[in-house]
Design a binder for this molecule. Structure first.
Ligand SMILES: [Zn+2]
Length: 240
């Protein structure tokens, strides 16, 4: 058994680099846009409320939650959870993120199909990301044992399926995130919360956030590629 594989680092490197760059862009765009007050004078919580009201979405509770950029919409509880910087933030960054989360609430109310698929994949993907390595290693161990080859192969394929589900989840997540940001920017302008000349700043924050999801998708795909190569399913090379 190997504990460190240079091939792993080599394959994962583009994903790690893109994730680091996206993280840096989010922090710099958010930091910059946090210091710019919208002329409308709204704070994030008010903006989320206004965007949902304009879209005719009812019954969603807006709540403050702890954390930095921990904002999320919970489709089960029908709650829109905003971090302190966003909830009370009177900034273009706060309005953009609050409206993005409101965009998810609108998707939910409208029955946006990719959101439904994404939510259905959440339990599978979280099981997959937690158990896939374990199942795969069990597969390698059993596969090397006498008379256990078939069990080993089955476990290896099950482990690979776990990684594939994570990739599928990330792929479905992309249109969900892009669509929420698109809705947010349109709604902020239509409601007059963000002026046309302020939109570019909101766009910088939301595009940087979108890049983190692209990075997560790339990393998941590279991880899948790595296990496919290492298990010999791709490239025909057996493990060593
Ligand atoms: Zn989102």
């Amino acid at each position: 058994m190997y504990f460190f594989d240079p091939m792993y680092l080599l394959i994962m490197l583009p994903g790690i680099a893109l994730a680091a760059w996206a993280q840096w862009r989010v922090q710099s765009a958010f930091g910059m846009a946090s210091r710019i007050r919208p002329r409308s004078g709204y704070v994030g919580a008010q903006a989320a409320d206004e965007v949902m009201r304009a879209a005719g979405v009812e019954g969603v509770q807006i709540r403050p939650v702890e954390g930095y950029l921990s904002d999320h919409y919970d489709p089960r509880a029908k709650t829109l959870n905003l971090s302190p910087d966003v909830y009370q933030g009177e900034s273009l960054a706060a309005l953009g993120i609050a409206a993005h989360e409101a965009g998810h609430a609108i998707q939910d109310a409208r029955g946006y199909p990719y959101l439904g698929i994404r939510n259905a994949l959440v339990p599978l993907a979280s099981f997959g990301s937690q158990a896939a390595w374990l199942i795969l290693f069990a597969g390698f161990i059993f596969g090397g044992a006498l008379h256990m080859y078939l069990l080993g192969q089955t476990l290896i394929y099950a482990g690979i399926a776990g990684f594939a589900i994570v990739v599928l989840f990330q792929l479905v997540n992309l249109p969900v995130e892009f669509d929420a940001s698109r809705r947010a920017r349109i709604a902020l302008q239509e409601t007059g919360l963000v002026a046309p000349d302020e939109d570019a700043t909101v766009g910088k924050v939301l595009n940087a956030a979108a890049l983190t999801y692209v990075a997560a998708t790339l990393s998941a795909a590279l991880m899948l590629l790595y296990v496919l190569l290492r298990s010999g399913v791709l490239g025909g090379r057996r493990r060593d």
